[in-house]
Every structure is written in structure tokens, then in C-alpha cells.
Design a binder for this molecule. Structure first.
Ligand code: AHM
Ligand code: MG
Length: 334
């Protein structure tokens, strides 16, 4: 029976990336090794997140010598930093949790730079709502002369980007610049299996996603746009509002169902909230690779050039036509 058929040919994330590299033999598996270390970090966080509630209740992590348990975001960061350094494939690491960039010691140095937010959406941890890891990967310019400029590059220079969502299931979404693919962690195998091949975002969506509590501080184009979502004047149906407050979950839904996610500038935060290197760029890269768009209010998001590693930017990303609408509103303003 077809319904009973067991799938026996499993496309793991490693196999998938190795296949893709068949097109770039010069990368000789280095990227696969780097990715397998990122995947290790994601599996660790997935397991820690699953145990988080329990750990609090019964002190699972063993609070024997009176030491306070490490917060989940601090712990996740340590795991990612150690996994990335020990891969021997990285040279500059930028983490949301570290004020300074980490320059990897020469003996362990490789050619990739990784910018990441190890556990984004941390306000959602304690209530068990989806959280995620976000990452973007660059290649260094000169191995003997590693500087911050290796990561202070426009997002168009990114080689790969992805996120892992710790939700009702654990899903890793990845692009190496050749479309977007989604993999789901099979806990019994401990492997990410290709479940969402070649993700394309619908051209227009029925959902908008924004923290409307900030509306009183919005600029005119943002306010007009959201008003249009609720009271369309052209006969189109009004959009539904969905906002989790966890970027990975809000972007994941936008990617699969279509629509728009925005974290605009406002009077209190003229650059919005989200960070360019490890939030805005990776998500913009994925959106474009899936056929959508990402816009800052002034320009294509990937063409930004960050000046500091923790720079922020307003962001509007999602379905192609929905982002066209906000672009038109900004254009008619200036
Ligand atoms: P964090 O890095 O402190 O977790 O903040 C980032 C999160 C994003 O996941 C989310 O999109 C945004 O903050 C929500 O912000 P707000 O609570 O202002 O709506
Ligand atoms: Mg964050």
C-alpha cells in the first residue's frame, strides 16, 4: 500500500549539500564540514530547548555546587562558538551575544566568516513559544590578514544563510545561493531530512506581521501600509495579523504562507530593532532566494553596508507584491 510505504531513500542535509557542491568541486567539502558543525549546534539547542521547562522544574542540569544554571541563550552561544572554532573552517565569528567579533586563532583558522544569533526571540523561552538560530556565512578575502572588514560587507556578498526554528518540530531552512530548502529534524535519527525542497514564497499573501503596539511612533509610509492591510481601498480582501515576536517563527510562516513581516523604524528607534549582520541579512537572502523581496525603507536590504557589527536596520520582507506596495509608499513620500 502506498500509504504504508516507508521512505527508504533519505535526503539528509549533509547529502543535499554534498550534492550541491558537486557543482563547485573547488570547495572540497570545507563548506560541508562547516555546516555539519552548525547543525551540531542546532541539535544541541533543540535538545536544550525541549528540556528547558523540565530543567527548571527539577534542576535537570544538576545544580550540585550552588552554581546558577546558565541561561539558555548564553549556553547556546557557547556551544555554537566552540563548534564553529573547532570546525577549523572559520576565521571571524560575530555573535549577537558577544560585543566584539571573535577572531579565530591561526592554527584553527579557515576561510569562512559566520555571523549568527544563537538563540533569537529569547522573550519567548519561558512560555515555550518558538525560538530560533539565525546565521549568515561569508568567505574571507585574505587568510593572512583577517579583519572586521571581512564581515562588514553588503549582504549580497553572503555565500549562504539559514535559520533553525525550535517549534512544534525543529526545522532548518538553508540557502547556499541556489534556492531555499527546508529540513526537519527526525529525532529518532538525529538527522535533518529534506522535507521542504525548493521553497518558493507566494507572490502575494494574506498575512501581515508587525508589532502594532509601536504604531504611534511609526513614519507615514509604514502607517499607511498597515492601514491598507486592514482597510484595502482597491476591493482586495483585508489581511490577517499574525505576530509571534520571534523573528524566526514570523519569517518562517511568511516564507511558507506568503505575506509580509516588518520591523520598521520608529521615532524611538530610527534604525528599527533588528540587527543587520545576523537577523536582517540572512532573512533577506532567504527571501530573495525564495522569490520574495527585502527592503529597508530606503533600499534593497542586501545592499546595505554595515559600519559596525551590531548595526540595526528597519526591514520589510516577504511576498514580492506585498513588498512592492511598501516600496511604492516610500517612493511617493520622497
Ligand atoms: P532578541 O534578539 O532580544 O531576542 O530580539 C529579537 C526579537 C526578534 O526575534 C523579533 O522579531 C523581535 O525581537 C520582536 O521585537 P518586539 O518585542 O519589539 O516586537
Ligand atoms: Mg536576536
Amino acid at each position: 500500500h502506498a500509504a504504508e510505504a516507508q521512505r527508504t531513500d533519505l535526503m539528509t542535509i549533509t547529502r543535499h549539500v554534498l550534492n550541491e557542491q558537486g557543482r563547485h568541486p573547488e570547495s572540497r567539502g570545507d563548506f560541508t564540514i562547516l555546516l555539519s558543525h552548525i547543525v551540531l549546534g542546532c541539535k544541541f539547542v533543540a535538545s536544550a530547548v525541549n528540556k528547558a521547562g523540565l530543567a527548571k522544574l527539577i534542576g535537570l542540569a544538576g545544580d550540585t555546587n550552588g552554581e546558577e544554571q546558565k541561561k539558555l541563550d548564553v549556553l547556546s552561544n557557547e556551544v555554537f562558538v566552540k563548534a564553529l572554532v573547532s570546525s577549523g573552517r572559520t576565521c571571524v565569528l560575530v555573535s549577537e551575544e558577544n560585543e566584539e567579533a571573535i577572531i579565530v586563532d591561526a592554527p584553527l583558522r579557515g576561510k569562512y566568516c559566520v555571523c549568527f544569533d544563537p538563540l533569537d526571540g529569547s522573550s519567548n523561552i519561558d512560555c515555550g513559544v518558538s525560538i530560533g538560530t539565525i546565521f549568515g556565512i561569508y568567505m574571507i578575502k585574505d587568510k593572512d590578514n583577517v579583519t572586521l572588514d571581512d564581515v562588514l560587507q553588503p549582504g549580497t556578498d553572503m555565500l549562504a544563510a539559514g535559520y533553525c526554528m525550535y517549534g512544534s518540530s525543529c526545522t532548518l531552512v538553508l540557502s547556499t545561493g541556489n534556492g531555499v530548502n527546508g529540513f526537519t529534524l527526525d529525532p529518532s535519527l538525529g538527522e535533518f531530512i529534506l522535507t521542504h525542497p525548493n521553497i518558493k514564497i507566494p507572490n502575494i499573501g494574506k498575512i501581515y506581521s508587525v508589532n502594532e503596539g509601536n504604531a504611534k511612533n511609526w513614519d507615514a509610509p509604514t502607517a499607511k501600509f498597515v492601514e491598507k492591510c486592514k482597510f484595502p481601498q482597491d476591493g482586495s480582501p483585508s489581511k490577517s495579523l499574525r505576530y509571534i515576536g520571534s523573528m524566526v517563527a514570523d519569517v518562517h510562516r511568511t516564507l511558507l504562507y506568503g505575506g509580509i513581516f516588518l520591523y520598521p523604524a520608529d521615532q524611538k528607534s530610527p534604525n528599527g530593532k533588528l540587527r543587520v549582520l545576523y537577523e536582517v541579512f540572512p532573512m533577506s537572502f532567504l527571501m530573495e532566494q525564495a522569490g520574495g523581496q527585502a527592503f529597508t525603507g530606503k533600499q534593497r536590504a542586501l545592499e546595505l553596508v554595515p559600519r559596525k557589527i551590531h548595526d540595526r536596520s528597519p526591514i520589510f520582507l516577504g511576498s514580492y507584491d506585498d513588498v512592492e506596495d511598501i516600496k511604492a509608499l516610500y517612493a511617493s513620500e520622497s
